[in-house]
Write a protein that binds this ligand. Structure first.
Ligand code: GLP
Length: 258
């Protein structure tokens, strides 16, 4: 795994944005899978700035959001439909149909999940998947113990994630118990993956994901099996990495020297 430690979260976000821009320059109809959460907000803001300045045209990309809560109305403040509208569709000047979000209100959730997989395949597969990471090692909403061969499906949230989400929802009672999420295998089929993690609270789980054993107990550790993953970190999120110095050394070399 390529591990890059940036001077701060802002520079990491700009670098992630650069990669998206380079991809779209090479393939204007690129297919992206994108996360919610606080971590990618600066990246979305930087993308929005470039779109507004006319440096970047995302008019032909297709976006698949990673996950959604089950049972929340699409216009609920905490739904990922709302997040996608607020952070992505509007600011990036996209047509709503360019951004797909799993429908947590569908009456037949397994069928809706299968249709999502089919839509990804019909789009030609995911060119770049950007991920955040939960403190328990989840990617999208693949909670600990998720099969590393899992596809898009319904998952139950762990008590720890419900507690984490309770801050945004106001109280734990309000947090849906179930979610729909791309599976680990769905994510691993993306051609390239960027993992973003910022802040001290992510340091331990980043170390487990990057350097720990591959285990369903830390679903993000499955990223070690993918040939083109870049972990883009700030210094705080890299604090528990044992090979921190090595990653910094590699980053300082020119590509020819690595
Ligand atoms: C939620 C999302 C994940 C995201 C995680 C981390 O669980 N389903 O996709 O990576 O939150 O969120 P944050 O970036 O706010 O720490």
């Amino acid at each position: 795994m390529e591990v890059i430690i940036y001077p701060d979260a802002r520079e990491a976000s700009v670098a992630a944005c650069d990669r998206i821009q380079a991809l779209v320059a090479a393939k204007p109809d690129a297919v992206l899978a994108l996360p919610t959460g606080n971590t990618p907000r600066a990246m979305y803001a930087e993308l929005a700035k470039r779109v507004a300045q006319g440096e970047l045209d995302l008019g032909r990309v297709q976006i698949f959001m990673l996950d959604e809560f089950v049972g929340l109305p699409h216009d609920h403040e905490q739904s990922y439909h709302t997040f996608a509208q607020r952070e992505i569709v509007g600011p990036l000047n996209l047509r709503p149909e360019q951004v797909r979000v799993l429908d947590g209100t569908a009456s037949d959730l397994p069928r809706m999940c299968a249709a999502y997989e089919e839509a990804i395949a019909a789009a030609g597969g995911i060119d770049l998947c950007v991920l955040g990471i939960g403190q328990d090692g989840h990617i999208a909403f693949n909670e600990p113990s998720s099969s590393l061969a899992s596809r898009t499906r319904v998952k139950a949230l762990t008590p720890a994630t419900i507690k984490e989400q309770a801050r945004a929802f106001g109280e734990a009672q309000a947090v849906p118990r179930h979610v729909v999420t791309m599976g680990v295998a769905t994510i691993l089929e993306a051609k390239r993956i960027i993992l973003l993690a910022f802040g001290r609270s992510k340091a331990l789980v980043v170390a487990k994901a990057v350097e720990g054993p591959i285990t369903a107990f830390v679903p993000a550790s499955a990223l070690q099996m993918h040939p083109a993953v870049t972990a883009m970190l700030d210094p705080e999120a890299s604090e528990d990495l044992r090979l921190q110095e090595y990653y910094q050394l590699i980053a300082a070399l020119t590509p020819n020297e690595t």
